[in-house]
Design a protein around this ligand. Structure first.
Ligand SMILES: Nc1nc2c(ncn2[C@@H]2O[C@H](COP(=O)(O)OP(=O)(O)OP(=O)(O)O)[C@@H](O)[C@H]2O)c(=O)[nH]1
Ligand SMILES: [Mg+2]
Length: 424
């Protein structure tokens, strides 16, 4: 096992930089640079030197002997002055020690997982926490990193083990190869568990929370989409002009409204024929965005928007606008009238479609596994052969194991831990 090191604090220059080292040679590395071993878990001041005795920095060192460290291995930290050259010099001194190398993205967390310090659902929560940009994302990620999902899966798994034990008893003691020997409570338990899985599957998923609720501005050219886009973002992100067909590319901007994460999308105006090839490609892409949207704001002719879209009467400060009979919102991106109302409504609507703080929320990987387990249990309900029934329960349990990472293939782990930055 290599000993790895990485800068775990933010981009330099900064007030302080933290370099972490984990693995069997971590103690040796610490002693080499600091000249002595500090007491464990006590911040200690040290003059750091490289192998040739050159002075590197005056900093603090920390020593966490395994297995009671965050990775489960021997681990040390160097708290340095956060200048680029200081960091480079200390990294070079570490790299010169045999058995040490720079860490890859997510490698610290991967070791914590490999050593049983956290499970996969917690690691996923941790990745979300590090990338959380809005309050709602932070709250959900804190819950998952703290084991909310893991505890739920553990409870499901225990219930399955209990049910499996009842089948084993029938298989051991019953001559008839029939589920008739199973007590009523078995089927009640099976159906309660299936119900719980299905309730969880019906909850809002975590993707819109992570990637932002996708709101698309759609309508014909010149409807005022880009101007509204800029007004919501409060920045001149998109080019606007009186020319029909100004926007061609799809523009996606993240924005938080009342702590709710959104992806706001501006794009080409919809018309049958683009003025040239470039606009036609833009219109094709725009249709694709409408299909993927969580919500469409429709700035076109009343009643002609995609189903479920919000009817927007834009440019309401213009006397010659086409008025709508019953728009959901009447607004002007130029005077600002109606924009605040729209934002409040967007935040409320999206919040209703996203996981609530403290609620369980599954990502695609997790929900595919719960879906699989649930379908096995639904089939099990009508199964009469106890051997097949036992196998169905076992399959469901394997899905739960994969969910928390008791069984996972290397490529699944590569993808998951690749989401982390280096030093985490
Ligand atoms: N008075 C007024 N003018 C507006 C308003 N919104 C947009 N405009 C003007 O309408 C013209 C078209 O606006 P854009 O936002 O570029 O329209 P668009 O829908 O993005 O158009 P394409 O990108 O060509 O599809 C520009 O000249 C804007 O200044 C508004 O609320 N009030
Ligand atoms: Mg535009």
């Amino acid at each position: 096992m290599d000993t790895i090191f990485a800068l775990s604090s933010g981009a330099p220059p900064a007030g302080i930089a933290v370099i972490r080292v984990t693995g069997p040679e971590a103690g040796k590395a610490l002693e080499k640079l600091a000249g002595k071993m500090p007491l464990s878990r006590k911040a200690t001041r040290a003059w750091l030197r490289d192998g040739k005795g050159n002075h590197l920095d005056d900093g603090l060192v920390l020593w966490f002997p395994g297995p009671n460290s965050v990775t489960g291995e021997d681990l040390c930290e160097f708290h340095l002055h956060g200048g680029r050259a200081v960091i480079e010099a200390v990294e070079a001194a570490l790299a010169a020690i045999p058995g040490l190398r720079k860490a890859q993205a997510g490698e610290f967390t991967r070791r914590a997982f490999a050593n049983g310090r956290i499970d996969l659902a917690e690691a996923e929560g941790l990745a979300d926490l590090l990338s959380a940009e809005t309050e709602l994302q932070r709250q959900a990620a804190v819950a998952n990193a703290g084991g909310l999902l893991s505890r739920k899966v553990e409870a499901w798994r225990e219930e399955l083990l209990r049910l499996s034990a009842e089948i084993e008893a029938v298989l051991d003691f019953d001559d008839e190869d029939d589920v008739g020997g199973l007590p009523e409570t078995f089927f009640a338990g099976l159906s309660a568990l299936t119900g719980d899985l299905q309730t969880t599957l019906a909850l809002p998923s975590s993707e819109p929370l992570r990637e932002g609720f996708r709101v698309v501005l759609a309508g014909p050219p010149n409807a005022g989409k880009s101007t509204l886009f800029n007004a919501i973002l409060e920045s001149e992100a998109a080019i606007t002009a009186a020319l029909a067909g100004t926007t061609r590319d799809v523009l996606i901007r993240p924005v938080a409204i009342n702590g709710i994460p959104f992806s706001l999308i501006d794009m080409a105006g919809l018309r049958d024929q683009g003025s040239d090839e470039v606009e036609s490609v833009g219109i094709d892409r725009a249709r694709g965005e409408i299909a993927r949207a969580d919500l469409v704001l429709w700035l076109g002719e009343e009643g002609q928007g995609p189903e479920g879209s919000w009817e927007i009467e834009a440019q309401c400060d213009c006397a010659d606008r086409v008025a709508k009979v019953s728009p959901d919102f009447r607004l002007s991106a130029v005077t600002g009238e109606g924009i605040a109302n729209l934002k409040v409504a967007l935040a409320q609507y999206a919040a209703g479609k996203m996981p609530k703080p403290g609620d369980l929320a599954l990502n695609q990987r997790q929900s595919a596994l719960v879906e699989f387990a649930s379908s096995e249990l639904v089939r099990a309900k009508d199964e009469t052969d106890p051997l097949i029934l036992a196998e169905q329960l076992r399959q469901a349990r394997l899905a739960f194991d994969a969910l928390v990472g008791r069984t996972s293939t290397e490529d699944v782990l590569d993808v998951l831990f690749g989401r982390f930055c280096i030093g985490k």
